[in-house]
Write a protein that binds this ligand. Structure first.
Ligand code: GLA
Length: 390
């Protein structure tokens, strides 16, 4: 993202002082999850990386309590006051920022207001965590404006709180965590139980990560997401008599699950089977990547997709088509849906030389089969949120 054009856009929207020396700029990346899907809220393992697309914020301090926000994507202004009530019918996107402001305040971080311009090159609502990037960028920008700091893990948790309480999505910790903590050239194996993590290099010049946007958005995502969460809790509850120490599906093995199967609703059993298998796949993937065994990584990705489709039921025909088409290309190691599902994106791990034939086939076949154009781009693991100009 270009700093100069961000600055110019800021001065067009907030020309008051005309002085760009006072403008602060931060960036926070979107993410793609390589494997470990729907495991974060089960205290399990995820393996995301930051993408090289970001949400950028330009900010100028104000002398009052007002936050004025302009989103170039929404072409809309919003405002709220720090510590004040939520106004009637605020633009939905602005609630993320209000939520972050409140989360910071609860942790003892606050200060004066600001004028803020938000710009993003992350496809919005495409399952690449544009909202987490916005939250993390807002938190970092406000803290910088106030001359305060917060450990990045705390910041990620504050942003997750904002998403739960102001956007109404009971998400796990993966998206905010990777946006705040990513390291360029690395993917991150994160243990969502204790938030310990390992940065694992993903910088082989012959290999690439390709993201394919299905351009499908599912209306029911939020409700389905909540349902999956409660089905996972139901599975743990069904095992409680036999295994009182199992607090989350993270603590459950396949033999334990099979033992508990008779006391479980069949749908709940399938949901749990996905999570238990996916936790192991995330660990196996990290080990395979460390050995640069991309073929093994790819097999795990296909298995993850099949499990998300058949057991967890969060895929859709368009995502399945994209995975099947990718699989037919020589040099593609693996592909799977990434993020919550029901639309959004597929992530493909491939040899660099496979990008051209992959693009060609997807651009030709996907519209024929699904009536839409795919959005295809190769990406590399980018850095986490940072101040560009303080
Ligand atoms: C969404 C949530 C994440 C995670 C994924 C599924 O992206 O925000 O916390 O649960 O779905 O892996």
């Amino acid at each position: 993202m270009n700093s100069e054009s961000l600055n110019r856009a800021f001065l067009r929207v907030f020309p008051e002082s005309g002085d760009d020396a006072a403008i602060l700029e931060v960036q926070a990346p979107g993410r793609v999850n390589l494997i470990g899907e729907h495991t974060d809220y089960n205290d399990g393992f995820v393996f995301p990386m930051a993408i090289d697309r970001v949400t950028a914020i330009a900010l100028r301090r104000r002398g009052d309590q007002l936050i004025r926000l302009y989103s170039t994507a929404q072409r809309q202004m919003a405002e709220f006051s720090i510590g004040g009530p939520v106004k009637k019918d605020p633009p939905a996107w602005s609630l993320y920022a209000k939520g972050v402001c409140e989360a910071l305040r609860q942790k003892g971080h606050t200060g004066l207001g600001a004028d803020i311009l938000v710009e993003s090159d992350i496809p919005l609502g495409g399952g690449l965590s544009s909202s987490a990037a916005f939250e993390v960028a807002t938190a970092l920008a406000l803290l910088s404006a106030w001359g305060q700091t917060m450990p990045p893990v705390e910041m990620a948790l504050a942003c997750q709180w904002a998403e739960h309480h102001y956007a109404g999505t009971p998400c796990g910790i993966m998206d905010q965590f990777i946006s705040a903590m990513a390291k360029a050239g690395h993917a991150m194996l994160l243990d969502c139980r204790d938030q310990s993590y390992r940065q694992i290099p993903l910088d082989d010049p012959t290999v690439c990560v390709v993201i394919v946007n299905s351009h499908v958005k599912h209306e029911l995502v939020a409700g389905e997401y909540k349902d999956r969460r409660s089905q996972c809790q139901a599975a743990v509850a069904a095992l409680a008599k036999m295994y009182p120490l199992a607090k989350a599906l993270r603590d459950v093995t396949m033999p334990m699950l099979q033992e508990g199967q008779p006391s479980m609703d069949p749908v709940v059993f399938k949901r749990a089977r996905h999570v238990v298998g996916e936790n192991q796949r995330a660990l196996d993937f990290a080990a395979a990547l460390q050995k640069r065994d991309y073929a093994a990584c790819g097999r795990l990705m296909y298995a993850s997709h099949a499990s998300l489709r058949d057991d967890y039921a969060v895929s859709c025909p368009e995502l399945d088509t994209l995975v099947d088409l990718s699989r037919s290309i020589s040099g593609v190691f693996g592909a799977r849906l990434t993020g919550g599902g029901f639309g959004g994106c597929v992530v493909v791990l491939a040899k660099k030389e496979a990008i051209a034939p992959l693009t060609q086939v997807l651009e030709r076949e996907y519209p024929l089969r699904c009536g839409k154009n795919p959005g295809i781009f190769a990406t590399a693991p980018g850095p986490g949120a940072h101040v560009v100009r303080g």
